[in-house]
Design a protein around this ligand. Structure first.
Ligand code: FAD
Length: 281
């Protein structure tokens, strides 16, 4: 495993021209911090296919920061995925984040020919050999649909064995859950880097809704303090920045191989943490 730490920023493809302009401005600002890569999400079932492809290629060429598309298998056929992979390969993209994805409600979970992310990783390897550096998702607090924690660990191991090079975690606010997850997968013989995914806290109600859906726990002491701030956005952000920065410091001190920021297309919340940590520029 490489001892070098890596830092990355994640975006989502914007729906409007104004949103896209904001995303570009954010990416250019973050590019000056020389991250190792950017990544851009993908709507499962191909709902953002064109926007993801266009955003990835534009960020990659304009910011000079290597940009990794997310790609998901649920709801996409092998033929669709083959076209997408070949397009990225020809465009010089060399890193990819491979996921199962979540279909919008109403679409059956079994649609698509590849059912789980480990199938997708295997498919990418079959189709493109070692061309792509493949990232997969990791869940220190367990994926919400997993039968139990042990099954979810076994799934992570399957993804690594299928050919993933490294992993990015779902966000969490409890460093111990990360350390425990890494310790467990190491004991299971997996040595790929597992990079913590970091969610800056900017809006409590949105964060609470999203965390419920994706199974990330906001510790009670953090939740109660955030609730106490009510509509005082400034206090929420400043407290959130302090809590997340302190957690990141612990993660890095404890050996985390880098950080991946969920930017939600905003530069300032991630940069505030970056600067608090005095990360390299
Ligand atoms: P998998 O690893 O396939 O796991 C999904 C579930 O199935 C888990 O509960 C697992 O334990 C279980 N499982 C796996 N194999 C089996 C098996 N053989 N039998 C029974 N159960 C099994 N979503 C998007 O739609 N677009 C994105 O761009 C996107 N980006 C993300 C980036 C990161 C870093 C992370 C952490 C998540 C992202 N997601 C994205 C969300 C992700 O798609 C969802 O969490 C999804 O529900 C699971 O995807 P996965 O790749 O982890 O799936």
């Amino acid at each position: 495993m490489s001892q070098e730490r890596r830092y990355s920023f994640e975006f989502f493809p914007a729906k409007t021209e104004a949103g896209h302009a904001k995303l570009l401005a954010t990416a250019h600002q973050l590019a000056s911090y020389q991250p190792d890569f950017f990544s851009c999400t993908y709507g499962a079932g191909g709902s953002t296919r064109d926007r993801t492809v266009n955003t990835v290629l534009q960020l990659d060429s304009e910011t000079k920061v290597q940009t990794a598309p997310h790609i998901s298998c649920i709801g996409d056929s092998k033929a669709d995925l083959r076209v997408l992979l070949s397009h990225y390969k020809q465009a010089g993209i060399t890193r990819i984040v491979a996921l199962r994805g979540d279909l919008p409600s109403g679409m059956g979970m079994s649609s698509g020919e590849l059912r789980y992310a480990n199938d997708l990783v295997g498919f990418i390897r079959e189709e493109t050999g070692s061309h792509f550096h493949i990232e997969v998702a990791a869940y220190p607090e367990m994926h919400p649909q997993a039968r139990n924690f042990e099954d979810d660990l076994a799934n992570f191991v399957r993804k690594a064995k299928a050919g993933a090079n490294s992993a990015i975690t779902q966000y969490f606010f409890n460093a111990d859950s990360y350390f425990y997850f890494v310790e467990r997968v190491r004991k299971m013989g997996v040595d790929i880097p597992v990079v913590p995914g970091i969610m800056p806290i900017t809006n409590y109600s949105k964060l609470a809704r999203f965390s419920d859906a994706c199974g990330a726990e906001i510790p009670r002491w953090v939740r109660k303090q955030l609730e106490a701030y009510g509509d005082d956005i400034e206090s929420i952000q400043s407290y959130g920045e302090q809590v997340v920065s302190e957690m990141c410091e612990r993660l890095l001190q404890g050996g985390a191989p880098g950080l991946h920021f969920y930017t939600l297309n905003q530069a300032e919340p991630s940069l505030a943490i970056w600067n608090n940590l005095k990360l390299p520029r």
